[in-house]
Ligand binder design. Structure first.
Ligand code: HEM
Ligand code: HEM
Length: 265
């Protein structure tokens, strides 16, 4: 999977000849964008009830499904394809610092650490949210099960972890931009299309990824994709992120009036 940095640099120079592979399957991509949207809704509108718990239910469900998929799913989605020892993480960080980190066909060691941290925090805090909802409003799947005095510690803990998760998300976005620069490929676009350009020297387990036939060059769509993806990966990533964030804000704005019509559960 990994190979010496110098080789990577040569490979990167030959990037146009690298193979394009379907790394992120539809389940990963749909799950990711649902999770991102649900998180943005519940965090930006945390005073809106029952919108906040409903978005929280979605986060809890998608995170749980993602963990099951990570244990039993295929290819790059499987946790075993991005499991690294602390030593490998340190080596990657050191190489990345010098601008020539090795390439991995799934999440890289730093990306993997962030993915585990995000999934862990989202799971724990959405579960704490369920307990808080029960203690405070006797609602949610736990109903009246949680004693109301628990509210005293559940509310501050749930809030603190919620804000901490938001900090992790900011670090995640910075990491995506940084990885786009390091590996000269637009990572945000890859999470939309599922496609990444894999250097030929990277060893990929049999059947883990599917080769994508390179589309005809010269079409306008292809030119835009190449510009966003390979010619200006960092700028392309920032442009795409800004479009996604602005669209999500608009969509969340549309959900707010719906909040009054929702039946609390
Ligand atoms: C504009 C916003 C966002 C963009 C552009 C984005 C982009 C990405 C990219 C490119 C990856 C793959 C990283 C890699 O190759 O190692 C990723 C993974 C991930 N992101 Fe985001 N992200 C965004 C927002 C969020 C938010 C708000 C959350 C959660 C609250 C989130 C949670 C995750 C998780 C859990 C993964 C792992 C995906 C998996 O393996 O299933 N992301 N994101
Ligand atoms: C990962 C998912 C979640 C995150 C990041 C999150 C985050 C937050 C944040 C930041 C607050 C505001 C605290 C403040 O005023 O500073 C909050 C409050 C609250 N959340 Fe969540 N939440 C999540 C999931 C849930 C779920 C699933 C439920 C219930 C089903 C829930 C129920 C509540 C309740 C009842 C409060 C009110 C606490 C108060 O009285 O202010 N949350 N949450």
């Amino acid at each position: 999977m990994a190979f010496p940095p110098r080789m990577l640099e040569n490979t990167e120079r030959r990037k146009r000849r690298d193979l394009e592979m379907r790394v992120w399957d539809p389940a990963i991509r749909i799950g990711h964008w649902l999770l991102a949207f649900a998180f943005a809704t519940l965090y930006l509108k945390y005073k809106k009830f029952p919108l906040h718990p409903y978005a929280g239910y979605l986060v809890f469900s998608v995170t749980t499904l993602r963990i099951v998929y990570g244990l039993f799913g295929p290819g790059a989605a499987r946790f075993s394809s991005f499991r690294f020892s602390p030593r490998e993480m340190l080596r990657y960080m050191k190489n990345a610092w010098h601008g020539h980190a090795e390439y991995h066909f799934s999440h890289n060691p730093m990306g993997a650490a962030m993915v585990y941290a995000l999934l862990g925090m989202l799971l724990i805090n959405s579960f704490l949210g369920l307990l808080t909802y029960s203690a405070q409003q006797m609602l949610g799947p736990f109903g009246t099960l949680i004693p109301d005095v628990w509210e005293n510690w559940l509310v501050p803990l749930h809030s603190f972890l919620g804000h901490l998760t938001a900090c992790l998300v900011l670090a995640h976005l910075a990491g995506v931009i940084w990885a786009s620069r390091l590996h000269r490929e637009n990572y945000a676009l890859a999470m939309l299309s599922g496609i990444r350009r894999i250097p030929r020297a990277v060893v990929i387990p049999a059947g883990a990824l599917r080769l994508v036939r390179r589309p005809q060059t010269g079409t306008t769509r292809q030119k835009i994709r190449d510009w966003l993806n390979y010619r200006h990966p960092v700028l392309g990533c920032v442009i795409l992120m800004s479009i996604i964030i602005a669209s999500a804000q608009q969509l969340i704005g549309l959900l707010v009036p719906l909040n009054r019509l929702l039946h609390a559960y």
